[in-house]
Design a binder for this molecule. Structure first.
Ligand code: HEM
Ligand code: NAG
Ligand code: NAG
Ligand code: NAG
Ligand code: NAG
Ligand code: NAG
Length: 483
């Protein structure tokens, strides 16, 4: 009996070794499997992906393959070669990995989903005419929320953490703009959704990596339920307005998606539309509050737009200083992975002529945060916030940056690039600009301690869009008495 068990055990072990015994062929990128069987580098990757990938880059150069939880991921870190990945949407597939994450994070599967129809819908509603309309609704919601926040007490300073201040205001205003249902109580409703969403958001990276403890699994399940039911209250009934959400849900119904999955899809959309804007606004306002010179430059620019109380938003388009501040903020804090599933064996041609074989079934991953964004060869003193980094000396927008003597097409990539570049970026930029303008004109807002420094980033969130802080900046604010 014992012998049978032992032989069986060894059989399994040998089989395991054969299966995991992948070796590198000469034409492939350097392979680093890590010492732990199957898991490979998963733990380092999850703890601080930026630190881990920087270490791998020092060891192997700007292309290498690592094993992460059973998967082989080829990481490319040369921005001059990014187009080889971004332009190949035939061999390198965006949707499959997105669907894996959809299942893990949102318990959502949309098997017959037509992504290109969905994207066309987004383009129609988040650009051009419709965008102007969305912007003015957003503006109204931002001002309404600020007003009600400061209604009871106009005389005294209110104290708050800047992160929650920004995230909560932008999330609720954005939620009311895109998901707002006429009949419900706006304020109470949006605050409840925000509160649950923050719990969900804090577990999101662990969900994506399949690393929840049993206790966290239980919490995730109940938070998800809670959000689904809060969101189902805005599921529209009979009337069909021509809003993005109405059209999106109709599109799902046309594809035969049942009501349960429609509710789950709403949470996905809530995250996609609201998960990054608030944290980005936090970093932006934080950098301005801790860099008086930058704050003054932005205020001067906003003043020169001859601000009246209700400036139409299209007067706000030409703002090179603000644009540079936002670009610089996102250079430092937007850290998405750009991941693609390899559908067929492929030869990857790098900008300098090197060629590598990439295997079917692996994943390709770009991490623009390391390069171009934090690359000292491209941006001097990359860890420093310089508000005018993206300005020429004559005040116009700077677009010329070099690496290795070559002019770069991608010198910062917060929105991704190519076919899957963020569809919502114009809306996101407008939201942040409006938020800043509203805060600077309607509020007196200052740091509690004028000498406080920006908090560190939470290293566990590298790879998931805009970073979040570990710690916070304490501020106080009150409504301007002139208004
Ligand atoms: C600061 C805010 C935001 C940042 C930094 C950001 C960043 C990104 C990035 C990097 C991608 C590309 C992912 C890839 O190629 O793998 C992306 C895709 C996308 N974003 Fe955003 N985003 C933001 C806000 C928004 C908003 C407000 C919306 C909607 C209103 C939105 C909707 C989308 C959609 C639908 C896609 C998928 C595009 C596709 O399927 O091809 N994003 N975003
Ligand atoms: C999605 O829909 C468009 C237009 O309705 C169609 O041309 C395309 O082939 C569809 N794609 C898939 C994968 O079904
Ligand atoms: C860092 O982020 C993770 C994932 O969002 C979260 O669970 C954790 O509590 C955060 N840590 C700190 C110190 O904020
Ligand atoms: C900010 O960066 C984007 C590239 O992500 C670029 O298209 C845009 O023109 C930049 N704006 C400024 C003011 O540098
Ligand atoms: C793909 O490449 C791998 C490794 O180089 C090889 O073993 C496999 O046979 C190739 N598959 C096809 C379909 O060419
Ligand atoms: C500003 O300077 C940049 C380069 O420094 C130049 O390309 C651009 O033409 C100048 N713009 C104006 C209006 O002078």
């Amino acid at each position: 009996m014992i012998w049978t068990t032992l032989i069986l055990f060894h059989g399994v072990l040998v089989l395991f070794l054969i299966l995991s015994n992948r070796s590198r062929s000469k034409k492939e990128p350097p392979l680093d499997k890590g010492i732990i069987p199957w898991l490979g580098h998963a733990l380092d990757f999850g703890k601080d992906a930026s630190k881990f990938l920087t270490r791998m880059k020092l060891k192997h150069g700007d292309i290498f393959t690592v094993r992460v939880a059973g998967h082989y991921v080829t990481v490319l870190l040369d921005p001059n070669s990014y187009d080889a990945v971004l332009q190949d949407s035939i061999t390198l597939d965006f949707t499959r990995y997105a669907q894996v994450l959809m299942q893990r994070i949102f318990s959502l599967s949309l098997p017959n989903h037509n992504a290109s129809t969905e994207k066309a819908l987004m383009k129609r509603h988040f650009q051009g005419e419709s965008l102007t309309c969305l912007n003015s609704v957003m503006q109204g919601n931002l001002q309404g929320l600020l007003q009600s926040e400061t209604l009871q007490d106009r005389e005294n300073w209110k104290q708050a953490g800047l992160f929650n201040f920004c995230y909560s205001l932008l999330f609720r205003a954005g939620y009311l703009t895109l998901f707002g249902a006429e009949q419900t109580n706006h304020n109470r409703d949006s605050s409840a959704v925000y509160k649950e969403f923050r719990k969900f958001d804090s577990l999101l990276t662990k969900m994506a990596r399949n690393m929840l403890t049993p206790e966290e699994k239980r919490i995730t399940g109940s938070v998800r339920q809670q959000l689904w039911s809060l969101l189902s209250m805005v599921l529209p009934g009979g009337k069909t307005e021509d809003t993005w959400l109405q059209n999106y849900l109709q599109h799902l119904r046309d594809e035969g998606v049942d009501e349960e999955m429609q509710r789950r899809a709403m949470l996905l959309q809530l995250w996609a539309t609201q998960g990054n804007v608030g944290p980005a606004a936090f970093w932006l306002l934080g950098f301005l509050l801790t860099n008086p010179e930058a704050m003054n430059a932005v205020k001067k620019e906003f003043d020169s737009l001859s601000l009246q109380a209700d400036l139409p938003f299209d007067k706000l388009q030409n703002t090179p200083v603000f644009d540079s501040v936002l670009n610089e903020t996102l250079r430092l804090t937007a850290a998405p992975f750009i991941t693609r599933e390899v559908l067929r064996n492929k030869t990857l041609c790098m900008a300098d002529g090197r060629e590598y074989a990439i295997r079917r079934g692996d994943r390709m991953c770009l991490f623009p945060y390391i390069s171009p964004q934090m690359d000292p060869e491209i941006h001097q003193e990359p860890e420093k916030f310089k508000y005018d980094r993206f300005l020429n000396s004559n005040g116009s927008e700077r677009r010329v940056f070099y690496k290795g003597g070559k002019r770069l097409k991608y010198y910062t990539m917060p929105w991704g690039a190519g076919k899957n570049e963020c569809v919502g970026r114009h809306f996101a930029i407008s939201c942040i600009k409006q938020f800043l303008l509203t805060v600077l004109t309607r509020l007196d807002l200052e740091l509690c301690d004028p000498h406080s420094a920006m908090p560190k980033v939470n290293a566990s969130r590298y790879g998931f869009g805009v970073l979040q802080p570990e710690g916070d900046l304490e501020i106080r604010y009150k409504l301007r008495c002139t208004l």
